[in-house]
Write a protein that binds this ligand. Structure first.
Ligand code: CP
Length: 291
């Protein structure tokens, strides 16, 4: 039984297969490879993109999807996560897709070996399907990403997107540099910069992250506008540089990325969302059919 807790669950060969399958799904009308399969989604935190993207991906492949809303489940009566999961598994789903605030939750359920578990975002530790769709978006643009440099900009220490991305991108041969004010910078051996201006001429990709000022106990910025003055990706910062601009969403407009830059051809935010469907189709195929 194979799980996706983080991208290290996949071999290099499997990642290459995922990229090929995602491309094929994007270019060809999908066939109902997962007809008669059942997925359960279990999101303990809000989601727009990941949850709906998994549902679209599953339905494009012919699978049925049931969503359990924890805020209306017996979680509210004190049922533990393990018991909720065990009861769902008694209904014999083909996989459970979980988002949780605890870093360890998907791994703990995967270790129970009851059904394939897919991590749809856990704590600040891992968001593997986002990392894979971001890799797909870069591969689609550059072909070979080896040797390209990506700057991850913003609240990196709070970000599961950054955590999974750093592990996958470095493994795939990208150079990763981190750009953030000191309180947003994680402990890391990667090159670190406080200002984007210090590194912008050396990067091929910028991944902007949502400013999560609310997560920090001692705020370093009085408000979001002050943060934006230093880190918002806008035309003054990018000018005419050839750069790919990514953001996992939700984008805080004019704080993470300016309105005008969101319309710029270099900005691939909605392409990432589109690619998320195809990458998640490839992930479902791998876990449910090929493993
Ligand atoms: N990128 C991402 O995880 O978005 P959602 O929180 O809307 O799923």
């Amino acid at each position: 039984m194979q799980h996706l807790v983080d991208t290290n669950n996949f071999s290099d060969k499997q990642i290459a297969q995922l990229l090929d399958d995602a491309k094929n799904f994007k270019n060809n009308r999908p066939i109902q490879l997962l007809r008669d399969r059942l997925l359960i989604t279990l999101f303990f935190e809000p989601s727009t993109r990941t949850r709906s993207s998994f549902e679209v991906a599953a339905k494009k492949l012919g699978a049925a999807v049931i969503h359990l809303d924890p805020s209306r489940s017996s979680t509210k009566k004190g049922e533990s996560l393990e018991d909720t999961f065990t009861n769902l598994c008694a209904m014999e789903p083909d996989a459970v897709i979980i988002r949780h605030s605890e870093n360890e939750a998907p791994g703990m359920l995967a270790d129970m070996e009851m059904t394939p578990v897919i991590n749809a975002g856990a704590g600040n530790y891992a968001h593997p399907t986002q990392a894979l769709l971001d890799l797909f978006t870069m591969v689609e643009h550059f072909g070979d990403v080896k040797g390209k440099t990506i700057a991850i900009v913003g609240d990196i220490v709070s970000s599961r997107v950054a955590s999974s991305g750093i592990r996958l991108f470095t493994r795939m041969g990208l150079n990763v540099v981190l750009v953030a004010p000191k309180p947003f910078m994680p402990k890391s051996d990667l090159p670190q910069y406080e200002h984007l201006e210090d590194v912008i001429d050396k990067v091929d990709v910028i991944m902007s992250l949502r400013a999560q000022l609310e997560r920090h106990s001692s705020p370093i910025f009085d408000n979001y506008n002050e943060y934006a003055r230093h880190y918002c990706i806008d035309h003054d910062r990018l000018r005419d540089k050839e750069i790919l601009l990514l953001h996992p969403g939700p984008v805080m407009r004019n704080i993470d990325i300016s309105d005008k830059m969101l319309e710029d051809q270099r900005c691939k935010v909605l392409e990432q969302v589109k690619n998320g469907v195809y990458m998640r189709m490839a992930i479902l195929k791998l876990l449910l059919l090929d493993s």
